[in-house]
Design a protein around this ligand. Structure first.
Ligand SMILES: C[S@@+](CC[C@H](N)C(=O)[O-])C[C@H]1O[C@@H](n2cnc3c(N)ncnc32)[C@H](O)[C@@H]1O
Length: 346
């Protein structure tokens, strides 16, 4: 098995390299409107945003920033196949503009956009970041009623195009191999995730580092394993440091990513050099966790009915017997920003 991974340093408002209806899953995180680190980028896209902030019109700036993202969502819609899923990691923003404190609800705006595009809105996931900042509480100390709740979570919005995906009979073996374990299903498909750790940002260049907001590899890896099958095409229109590409390589999916900042090219390439090690670690951890889970059950006297066809371990359901976790054998650079991964045989 081989997979292809392409990166385009272009504006995702027009993704002409991607054919219509070819993408099975979008996993992405845009710049968050009204989070200050993105003001400059949005203002370059539309100078009226800078004017709105100067005029202390927070609501106008928020709408104009989201308008820039809306153009990408429309283009995403063109590329997504019937039954395809769009998973968007987004945070709301709190900010004082012109002396007025306000929550800017980015997740509501994006949900409305996909409702208008007639997607099926699926139950969303909230993931809670680790935060121990002592100064996190804002407002008026201990005296009611003017303090504000601190935002410590982000959303993973989930939308599906045109109802559940259909598979041909000959596609079923790949689909079965892509199954997840029973206990993974129980946690992954719960609506609050507590276990995601922040990402280590191994970027030396200070200016570049200030422009990254990488999400944890586990977030992209998990979504890819929940919502696509091996050899599918995964798209990230806001690729940043290439976390989605690394997760796609490690999960034996094809991928395409768009990113405005060409200086991320080196960072992405460095990250992809780890693909073989990362895919081994991901597979090993999942298998070890599963073995622990089965052992604990057996200690309680609960026996398993099925056995994995590819690993020496029991499983709970028949579907899990087919699971095969891919491990990258080699990653070749075919040409600039185009990589090909090959995998170990079963
Ligand atoms: C929140 S970051 C993504 C971080 C990424 N998930 C990671 O793990 O590194 C958003 C990225 O989108 C890029 N971006 C913003 N607007 C874009 C556009 N219209 N087309 C392509 N990239 C864009 C920014 O340069 C930034 O790197």
């Amino acid at each position: 098995m081989k997979t292809q991974h392409q990166i385009f340093f272009k504006n995702a408002q027009w993704m002409k390299e991607i054919s219509s209806g070819s993408v099975n899953l979008v996993v992405t995180s845009p710049p968050y409107p009204m989070i200050e680190m993105w003001d400059e980028m949005f203002s370059i896209m539309n100078p009226a945003i800078k004017d709105a902030l100067k005029d202390r019109d927070g609501m106008e700036a928020y709408l104009l920033m989201n308008q820039q993202l809306d153009k990408v969502w429309e283009e995403v819609d063109r590329t997504v196949a019937s039954g395809g899923i769009v998973a968007i990691n987004i945070g709301d923003a709190t900010r004082k503009v012109g002396g007025r404190f306000q929550l800017y609800s980015n997740h509501s705006h994006i949900t409305r956009v996909f409702e208008d595009l007639e997607y099926q809105v699926l139950p969303l996931i909230i993931w809670k970041k680790e935060s121990n900042k002592p100064t996190k509480f804002m407002g008026s100390g201990m005296i009611p009623p003017n303090a504000y709740v601190t935002l410590e979570h982000e959303y993973i919005l989930l939308f599906r195009k045109e109802g559940p995906r259909k598979f041909l009979k000959e596609e079923m073996p790949k689909r079965r191999e892509s199954s997840y374990f029973w206990e993974e299903r129980n946690y992954w498909f719960s609506d609050i995730w507590h276990d995601l750790k922040g990402t280590s940002q191994l970027i030396n260049n200070h200016k570049l580092r200030s422009r990254t907001a990488a999400y944890p590899l586990e977030l992209a890896y998990r979504l890819i394993n929940m919502y696509s099958v091996q050899e599918d095409l995964i798209l990230d229109p806001f690729l940043g440091t290439g976390t989605t590409t690394l997760a796609a390589v490690s999960s034996a999916r094809n991928s395409a990513g768009y990113e405005l900042e060409p200086n991320f090219s080196r960072v992405i390439e460095e990250k992809l050099k780890e693909a073989s090690t990362i895919s081994q670690i991901m597979a090993r951890n999942r298998l070890d966790n599963h073995a622990d889970f089965i052992q604990k059950r057996e200690k309680k006297g609960k026996t398993v009915k099925y056995h994995s066809l590819n690993y020496k371990m029991g499983v709970i359901t028949r579907a899990e017997t087919y699971i095969h976790l891919p491990v990258v054998k080699d990653l070749q650079k075919i040409r600039n920003n185009h990589f090909e991964a090959s995998y170990h045989e079963k």
